[in-house]
Design a protein around this ligand. Structure first.
Ligand code: UD1
Length: 425
């Protein structure tokens, strides 16, 4: 069971400079589990999900779905969903806590014929508009209005109709919204410039097993032939490539030797190529990889991009590694406008970094030093954990709420690898 923050005074203390060694099992992907869970709004009987990570975000999504009327049985990593939504309005108190709540919009509309979802609001890493989700609903025949902080969408007599969706920019969430809504629309939907992230493909795979007809999986062009209903289905959530890569960096940054299990290395190709270029040894097997490092990292510039490019969700963690590299690294963030908030915190640990709009220049230092730091968002918090693992002395990391949103059993997993880490007030 995950030790979610019990109160906001809890902190993580890490004493660094321990080489991590051993093996770690990677959990199911949060970013796949969240959209998959919302399918319970349109698969009304015996929908089973396995390998669901127990995280603050998946618990929150579960509460949101229960509030809408879905019956959920949580076993250890396994969830069974039954029943239909009883109402069409998502709870403001729950939605405001998590951006990904917007994912209920399409399935709720498909199930109830109308959906009232509070605007999720901005978040630390950027303004994060939802215009593309709205575009999807309208393209599939919904009428959408905004009223007192709610997105209110409704269908006419004809219900959901297939349409053409040409995304002006790649969006993971909006592609997922389009897929989940179009599977039950009358006729054919074509989606262009779709996100190709493995989590999107996992969603489509689960839907196809439930009787949906989605073609073009893993490409930017999807064709969906609507079906009348979806059948019961059991599906195992794809493993978390961001967690896997975070542990790979933990191995490299501590000059350790870690075997990372329960993964699909194909989903990590761009990342592992980059890690090799920085001097780490990466051995790839069918469902695992071994990452070791015996030298100071070499610099290598990266630019974040939609999949299969370098993930924005690894930018902060990679920056921690480059903070101790031999020389200067450029990191360019192209997905979110405000995703360098870990920089001042890394600098508190002795990193030398200059930010100019969307680009960070990192000048590797000999050694990071433990300090008191504050996590600002989910991936930034992992970046600070990684820096603390490499730093001399003890670091104190505050703002654990963010970390608990996305890393299952992190302290236990790191302790098993030899880290000195504890959570306390
Ligand atoms: C998902 C991931 C998040 C990851 C991000 C990019 C989940 C739960 N979260 O977030 O961890 O960092 O993909 O890989 O899967 N945009 C618009 N209008 C919209 C929607 C998005 O302009 O309606 C913009 C965003 O502001 C951003 C870009 O599109 O600049 C990509 O965002 P998107 O892929 O939608 O991110 P999320 O699905 O929210």
């Amino acid at each position: 069971m995950n030790s979610f923050t019990k109160n906001n005074t809890e902190k993580i203390y890490i004493t660094g400079e321990q080489k991590l060694t051993g093996s770690v099992n990677i959990s199911g992907a949060k970013n796949a589990a969240l959209p998959l869970m919302t399918l319970s709004l349109i698969i009304n009987k015996d929908f089973n999900l396995y390998n669901v990570p127990d995280l603050a975000d998946t618990r929150l999504m579960s509460n949101l779905l229960i509030d809408l009327g879905i019956d959920i049985n949580w076993g250890k990593g396994n969830l069974t969903f039954n029943g239909k939504p009883r109402k069409d309005e998502a709870s403001y108190d729950l939605v405001r806590q998590m951006r990904a709540s917007i994912l209920v919009l399409g399935p709720l509309l498909a199930s109830k014929g109308s959906a009232k979802v509070p605007l999720p609001g901005g978040c630390a890493i950027g303004s994060r508009p939802i215009d593309l989700h709205v575009m999807v609903m309208e393209a599939l025949g919904a009428n959408v209005i905004f009223d007192r902080g709610f997105i209110i969408s409704s269908l006419g007599n004809e219900g959901l109709k297939g349409g053409v969706i040409n995304f002006p920019k790649v969006s993971v969430g909006a592609t997922e919204s389009a897929i989940m809504t179009a599977v039950l629309a009358k006729g054919q939907t074509k989606i262009f410039n779709a996100a190709r992230e493995p989590e999107v493909t996992d969603l489509a795979n689960c839907l196809n097993k439930a009787g949906a007809d989605i073609k073009g999986l893993g490409t930017g062009s999807l064709i969906i032939n609507g079906v009348k209903e979806l059948n019961k289905v059991s599906h195992s959530v794809v493993s978390d490539r961001i967690e896997a890569a975070s542990f790979a960096i933990a191995s490299s940054i501590t000059m350790g030797n870690v075997e990372i299990n329960n993964i699909n290395p194909k989903n990590l190709t761009e990342f592992t190529n980059v890690l090799k270029l920085t001097g780490s040894k990466v051995e790839i097997f069918e469902n695992s990889m071994k990452v070791s490092c015996s030298q100071k990292p070499k610099t290598h510039n990266v630019k974040t991009d939609p999949y299969p490019g370098f993930p924005t969700d690894l930018q902060a963690q990679y920056m921690a590694l480059m903070a101790i590299a031999n020389g200067k690294t450029l990191i360019r963030e192209t997905i979110f406008e405000n995703r360098f908030m870990h920089v001042p915190e890394l600098m508190r640990m002795g990193a030398k970094i200059f930010v100019n709009q969307q680009e960070a220049e990192i000048y590797g230092v000999k050694k990071l030093k433990g300090a008191k730091v504050m996590a600002s968002d989910l991936r930034a918090s992992m970046s600070l954990i990684l820096a603390a693992l490499a730093a001399s002395g003890t670091s104190e990391i505050d703002g654990l709420y963010h970390l608990d949103r996305g890393y299952e059993n992190l302290e236990d997993k790191l302790t098993d690898l030899g880290a000195i880490i504890k959570r306390s007030n």
